[in-house]
Design a protein around this ligand. Structure first.
Ligand code: G4P
Length: 287
């Protein structure tokens, strides 16, 4: 499967982000907790140089809790502040505000020494497609905040969401593009829905997902689709398992032929929505 994916509008998005980043103090980077490394774009380290950084392990409700703990330790070990999150949950937002202020403490202290008081921290949200950027901005901004724009020193037309007297958020997220040479990274991004599905071969994706799950989360498929077993040689067994899933979910064409395409789409959808359970697709190399 060819994972080449660099639409032209990403070049424009990168240029826009380079401009926007000049206006802010803090980069809030959302990654998908199920694939925290694959869902990052390494260029953000260059783009966000000299800015405070906060990583949100979003969709943590779908990820393996033990693996999320390992990922938090991994990123902390590299000097990032990290918070696990379900961006749909508005209740956690106070905690995020605290993390924002903590990650910008050096800037706040610098301002204080220079006699600047009450200058809010400015932040922007960045991440690859589908990691939850818009959901986060909506939850975080809530109803209480007011939008501000066209202030002196702010590029005309930029909208800032004033969260409170301490924090302002740029209302449009920075869209990063997935970046990888490795096929397995492309595969993970496709499974979590961060690639354009129309470019992908759903059946191949689902067979690879079956191979991954039988190797790393044995029993999950068997329990969900009442399979006889999902162990054995997953390489050769994957098409058979997909066939069993199809039969279990009645993905059968008129005439009795198995509809592998429909079963494949169903499996991927059930994985994405967490119906297969909490699953993380990669582990940190070393902490
Ligand atoms: P983006 O701006 O980064 O592209 O992502 P967006 O907020 O549009 O979120 C993509 C999908 O992920 C949405 O689902 C959203 O509801 C879901 N989502 C975001 N954050 C979380 C989270 O922490 N946990 C879970 N489980 N889901 C999350 P959708 O199906 O595309 O839309 P909708 O039907 O939910 O509106």
């Amino acid at each position: 499967m060819d994972f080449q994916w660099y639409p032209g509008h990403m070049t424009k998005a990168k240029r826009q982000m380079q401009e926007d980043i000049k206006l802010i103090d803090l980069v809030i980077e959302l990654v998908d907790a199920r694939a925290p490394e694959s869902s990052r774009n390494p260029d953000i380290n260059e783009l966000g140089r000299q800015k405070a950084r906060l990583i949100l392990l979003n969709k943590a409700d779908l990820a393996d809790q033990e693996k999320s703990r390992q990922w938090k330790a991994y990123f902390r070990g590299r000097g990032f502040l990290v918070v696990e999150l379900d961006a749909r949950n508005k209740k956690r937002m106070k905690e995020i505000q605290d993390a924002i202020l903590l990650s910008c403490r050096e800037k706040i202290e610098r301002d204080r020494k220079r006699g600047i008081k009450n200058r809010p921290v400015r932040a922007m949200v960045v991440g690859i497609p589908n990691v939850g950027k818009s959901t986060f901005i909506n939850s975080f901004a809530g109803k209480a905040c007011t939008k501000t724009g066209n202030k002196p020193g702010v590029t005309k037309g930029k909208q800032w969401i004033r969260l409170n007297k301490n924090v302002e958020l740029l209302d449009t997220p920075g869209i990063l593009w997935p970046k990888f040479d490795d096929r397995s990274v492309g595969m993970r991004l496709a499974w979590i829905g961060s690639m354009n599905d129309s470019l992908l071969n759903t059946e191949e994706l689902s067979l690879e997902l079956i191979r991954f799950l039988t190797a790393f989360y044995p029993g999950v498929l068997a329990a969900r689709y009442q399979l006889e077993e999902d162990g054995g040689d997953a390489q050769t067994a994957a098409p058979e398992i997909l066939g069993e899933i199809a039969r279990n979910r009645n993905c059968i064409r008129t005439g009795g032929e198995i509809d592998f395409g429909r079963a494949a789409a169903l499996l991927i959808e059930e994985f994405r929505s967490g119906r297969l359970g909490r699953i993380t697709l990669e582990e940190p190399d070393a902490i």
